[in-house]
Design a protein around this ligand. Structure first.
Ligand SMILES: Cc1cc2nc3c(=O)[nH]c(=O)nc-3n(C[C@H](O)[C@H](O)[C@H](O)COP(=O)(O)OP(=O)(O)OC[C@H]3O[C@@H](n4cnc5c(N)ncnc54)[C@H](O)[C@@H]3O)c2cc1C
Length: 494
């Protein structure tokens, strides 16, 4: 390895990029974050329109200590800048039959809900949660913030993974302990939050269940955007730089080592020299399009299966819906079949399952006075499917609203005052994501840990942070990936 250096460039201001920038700054680097869009946050940016402010992406905030740590690096406290409000219940799951399950964070009420649905599954859940804790102790506590770029790390983890039955899917493990079909859905949907198919993804992802139960589910007062703003302000207060509207066209690599980045705009190219480049951009795109072909590591040439896309509809209405939970999951009539359509067949199914976000239930200021604000998302095939979103966009949003009107928000159509949508084509174009995927490579056993894009590239000086690298998508995942960098980026020297 070459001598340590002083300057670091971070490509992208998603949660991962901002966390990496803060950590590098705390270690003495001169840090510049280059963000292609006109605002920070990436998937967590904010859409402002007609007096509404919509969080574009993440709304379920878990493991708050990961944010607290970033402020503590500079002797500050998160709570002096952002208030995290607990969400209760964590989720409300509504089945197509109209039955509702409230997913509470505490044992007593959660077990009561399970009993209400299926008394014989109470003991099974107790066993399942013990397993989730054991998986969490290995998969999260031991592995999430460690680099996984050596085969030896994978080999060392193997015995524990076998003991924990990581070769099983989340659904297969849950189904061994829970017999009620509805409860099986309740305890297997969480991998979908990071782009995983519960029928295909390794049971390691059951750790999400315990992560949520252990630390709780929160929403930031002022929205997830408030967390992004607080991180950017923290970076500025401590001398880091963030440049917006600064798309990086390529990474300057020569002789297997990074020399800097090349910024592009319509009129000219700018070169920014740096010995350390951290890419928060999608690694599939970085390796394919932003690095000279001859310098591209062999291991990154194998095909990667990207996670599905998302269709998101944001809408504001007059009046409010006070009885709706903050997070509602509206399940359609099919579970496995629908997931097959999305992940495997990559077709747009006639039935949908939705997640509906109602932030004003926790923070009334998330909608203008006399109004309510929502977003609904549906997992859909990524762009490897042949959906033409130019024609499907309107009709899909219509179907989404039909389902929401019938099952959750009566009369919503007549009360709409503003709306907008996002499709996988927008993820590809705006966020530069491969195949328009919402969560980077699909989290399967063969695309996790050592088999995911490594945090440390074999190109010297190039590092990755964010959903595409280890440990993976989701806010806790990408904040943990920034922690990995503390272990592998050399110390800064003047
Ligand atoms: C709709 C939605 C809802 C979600 N809900 C949740 C949730 O409730 N809870 C949860 O934990 N997770 C959730 N997730 C997942 C989570 O949001 C993401 O995994 C996480 O925010 C990704 O962060 P990231 O650091 O990988 O960067 P991203 O947010 O992907 O940001 C990457 C940034 O890099 C920039 N960039 C890319 N290429 C370049 C370039 N060449 N030059 C300059 N800049 C570039 C992009 O513009 C972008 O700003 C959700 C995701 C989506 C899409």
């Amino acid at each position: 390895m070459r001598a340590a250096c002083r300057r670091a460039v971070v490509i992208g201001a998603g949660f991962g990029g901002l966390a990496a920038a803060l950590r590098l700054r705390a270690r003495g680097y001169d840090v510049t974050v280059l963000e292609a869009l006109d605002q920070p946050g990436g998937r967590a940016r904010v859409f402002r329109q007609d007096g509404f402010e919509f969080d574009a992406g993440p709304t379920v905030i878990t493991a708050p200590y990961l944010f607290e740590e970033l402020f503590a690096l500079f002797g500050e406290r998160l709570e002096d800048h952002v208030e995290l409000l607990p969400v209760d219940p964590f989720y409300r799951i509504q089945f197509h039959t109209g039955e509702q399950f409230d997913f509470f964070g505490d044992d007593e009420r959660l077990l009561e809900e399970i009993r209400r649905f299926s008394p014989r599954d109470v003991d099974g859940y107790r066993t399942l949660v013990r397993k989730a804790k054991a998986i969490f102790a290995v998969g999260y506590e031991r592995l999430a913030d460690r680099p996984f770029d050596r085969a030896s790390a994978m080999i060392a983890a193997l015995p524990a993974m076998v003991r924990l039955e990581s070769y099983r899917s989340v659904h297969s493990l849950v189904a061994r302990h829970i017999r009620d079909e509805r409860l099986r859905q309740v305890f297997t949907f969480e991998p979908l939050l990071v782009g995983g198919n519960p029928f295909r993804t390794t049971s390691i992802y059951l750790l999400i269940h315990w992560l949520e139960r252990k630390w709780g589910v929160y929403y930031a007062r002022g929205g997830t955007g408030a967390l992004v703003r607080a991180m950017v302000d923290l970076l500025h207060r401590h001398g880091g730089e963030l440049r917006l509207d600064a798309p990086v066209e390529r990474i300057d690599v020569a002789g297997g080592r990074v020399r800097g980045v090349v910024l592009g705009n319509d009129t000219h190219l700018d070169v920014l020299e740096s010995d350390v480049v951290v890419a928060n951009a999608d690694p599939s795109v970085v390796y394919r399009n932003m690095i000279p072909r001859a310098e591209r590591p062999l291991a990154t040439r194998r095909p990667v299966r990207q996670s599905p896309g998302l269709f998101v509809g944001y809408f504001g209405v007059s009046g409010d819906y006070p009885d709706v939970a903050h997070h509602t999951i509206l399940l359609g009539p099919r579970y496995r079949g629908l997931l097959d359509d999305i992940f495997r067949r990559r077709v747009l199914a006639d039935d949908l399952s939705l997640y509906v976000h109602a932030p004003a239930r926790t923070d009334s200021r998330m909608a203008p006075p006399g109004h309510d604000a929502f977003y609904a998302l549906a997992p859909v095939p990524n762009l490897r499917g042949r959906v033409d979103w130019r024609t499907a966009r309107e009709s899909y949003f219509d179907r989404m609203l039909d389902m929401i009107e019938t099952r959750l928000l009566p009369g919503v159509r007549a009360r709409l005052v503003t709306s907008r949508t996002m499709t996988p084509t927008d993820f590809a174009r705006e966020l530069r994501s491969a195949d328009g995927a919402a969560f980077g490579p699909e989290p399967t056993l063969t695309q996790s840990a050592y088999f995911r894009y490594h945090n440390r590239s074999s190109i010297a000086g190039l590092y990755f942070v964010g959903a595409g690298t280890h440990p993976g998508a989701g806010v806790p995942g990408v904040l943990s990936s920034a922690k990995v960098l503390d272990r592998i980026v050399p110390p800064a020297v003047s």
